[in-house]
Design a protein around this ligand. Structure first.
Ligand SMILES: [Zn+2]
Length: 305
């Protein structure tokens, strides 16, 4: 059993206008998911950066509709999950789908738009994508600022709603501030910067802060977050896990594949039905208890209920 904290299938379904059973386009499609050991998949609402500002919230709502109409409604064995109990009540043949948000661009300066998304079932609030928004700067914004007062209000709202605050893509200043304020922390898709130099990866100091604040780190399979060389193997990916384990991350590691978020993945790990190869390699290298923690138990243990 595996829980995956981040994929962009929804965004791809929206931009490519494809159904959830389109295997040729989607890394996370219905059939591929059914063939995989993934029990719960998080589906991120990611509104592409080029979308005109005035359309962004409408696009986010369109993706919420796709989530319910194309992923939940047509398939009797896929359940919309929002709580730990709902995840634990899934029967062996059933899968859980969670709705998450990647970046606050789509709310502009309007907190009510975020409240609407929370009412619709969003359970993880990604503070930013790479660029800046009105809540906080992303890691790609040279200004590198931290939280605005809107950003602080977003975190307050997340805490009230017992919702995860996702710090993937956030600026370093924003990270430091948000870590202190958030009750339920996750970095849904990032690796270690000591193992692979990339601005999207976490510094040792950031990893320590997440551990100290009882947060989660979602190991991600994007090739250029795994290694600086032109090809990435599962062995390269395991180095990130080993490193974070070595600094005390045993109870803080989860997976956040980023399937459908890029075309460049670790070899033999480019779609959800290939999770088995990672599972096998994990079992060879780590004790069963650690494999279980990373695969699903850490996520369940930290679930904000
Ligand atoms: Zn992302």
């Amino acid at each position: 059993m595996i829980i995956d904290c981040h994929c962009d299938a929804l965004s791809k379904m929206w931009s490519h206008r494809v159904d959830f059973n389109d295997d040729s386009i989607l890394d996370v499609s219905y059939q591929k998911w059914m063939q995989s050991p993934v029990k719960v998949q998080c589906f991120a609402i990611y509104v592409p950066e080029h979308t005109p500002t005035e359309s962004k919230f409408a696009v986010a709502l369109h993706m919420v509709d796709l989530f319910f109409e194309k992923i939940i409604k047509p398939f009797a064995n896929i359940h919309f999950v929002q709580t730990k109990v709902e995840i634990e009540s899934l029967k062996p043949n059933e899968k859980g789908a969670m709705l998450t948000l990647e970046g606050l661009d789509c709310i502009g300066a309007d907190l009510y738009k975020l409240r609407i998304l929370l009412q619709l079932g969003v359970k993880m609030i990604g503070m930013s994508w790479n660029s800046a928004n009105l809540a906080v700067d992303g890691i790609g914004e040279p200004r590198g600022c931290g939280l605005s007062s809107l950003g602080r209000k977003v975190i307050e709202l997340a805490n009230q709603h017992k919702t995860w605050v996702d710090l993937a893509h956030i600026s370093e200043q924003g990270f430091d501030e948000a870590v202190e304020l958030s009750d339920h922390l996750i970095v849904s898709h990032a690796n270690s910067r000591s193992v692979c130099t990339h601005a999207r990866n976490l510094t040792d100091k950031q990893i320590r802060k997440i551990i100290n604040h009882s947060g989660l780190i979602g190991i991600t399979f994007v090739q250029y977050f795994v290694t600086t060389s032109h090809r990435a193997t599962i062995e390269d990916l395991l180095r990130h896990i080993s490193f974070i384990l070595s600094v005390g991350g045993e109870n803080h590691l989860v997976f956040g594949s980023d399937f459908d978020g890029t075309d460049q993945f670790v070899e033999n790990l480019s779609s959800i039905n290939q999770y088995g190869s990672l599972q096998a390699a994990m079992k060879q290298k780590f004790p069963a208890s650690i494999v279980e923690k990373i695969s699903y138990q850490n996520f369940i243990n930290h679930f904000p209920d």
